[in-house]
Design a protein around this ligand. Structure first.
Ligand code: FE
Length: 211
């Protein structure tokens, strides 16, 4: 399956920008000089996905799925249609599959070749998602990788790892935390972390008040 931008291996411990960053910067300079792109527009695109989309759209979808069974059924069955209606559609998110976590199955998303990610739902990918280590190890030893994220998956729960591509992006639907009965959609959305929608974490648990 094709991916968007196949990264060359890079040394994250170096102080120098990695090879891909340098290549992208060189390309940007050439295209700007030739008048083919406007750096201001590029900055606006990056700002839009980093700050305005963020993971908020995905969090809304998750919270809505927790509170509305009909919506959850629809988004699992025909995510593209539902996401289009919500306006959470477009660049880097043309075809999305929603993966529901259950007590039996935990879903984890990776892009083994580069950094394919559902931008309209989660914004731009975190740096660890693009790292060589995550991309290779999450497939080989997902349970161990998740443990290093501080996320212990019980032995009886299976882990399914999904490899994103340019064609298919994934959104994990984490399980609703206990102690959230009666919460509003907005309150629930605030519990949904970015990592929980990649499968690399849990939503925030509100149970601390009654402990
Ligand atoms: Fe990719």
């Amino acid at each position: 399956m094709p991916h968007d931008n196949h990264n060359s291996p890079n040394d994250e411990s170096s102080d120098l920008p990695d090879e891909m960053t340098l290549r992208v910067k060189s390309l940007e300079t050439i295209l700007t000089k030739k008048g083919l792109i406007d750096p201001k527009t590029l900055d606006e695109i990056i700002d839009f996905y980093s700050n305005k989309v963020g993971p908020k759209n995905g969090a809304y979808v998750v919270a809505k799925s927790w509170t509305d069974d009909k919506f959850r059924t629809q988004i699992l069955k025909d995510p593209d249609k539902v996401l289009k209606e919500l306006g959470f559609f477009g660049r880097q998110g043309e075809h999305v599959v929603v993966l529901e976590n259950t007590t039996e199955v935990h879903n984890l998303v990776v892009c083994t070749l580069c950094s394919c990610y559902p931008w309209p739902l989660l914004g731009l990918p975190p740096s660890w998602y693009k790292s060589d280590e995550y991309r290779s190890r999450s497939v080989r030893e997902p349970r161990e990788v998740l443990r290093e994220f501080g996320f212990n998956i019980p032995d009886e729960q299976n882990i399914k790892v999904w490899d994103s591509t340019a064609e298919v992006r994934y959104l994990v639907l984490p399980m609703r935390p206990e102690g959230t009965d009666g919460m509003s959609l907005e309150e629930l959305s605030s519990l949904v972390t970015r990592d929980s929608m990649i499968g690399a974490g849990n939503p925030i648990s509100p149970r601390r008040t009654d402990e």
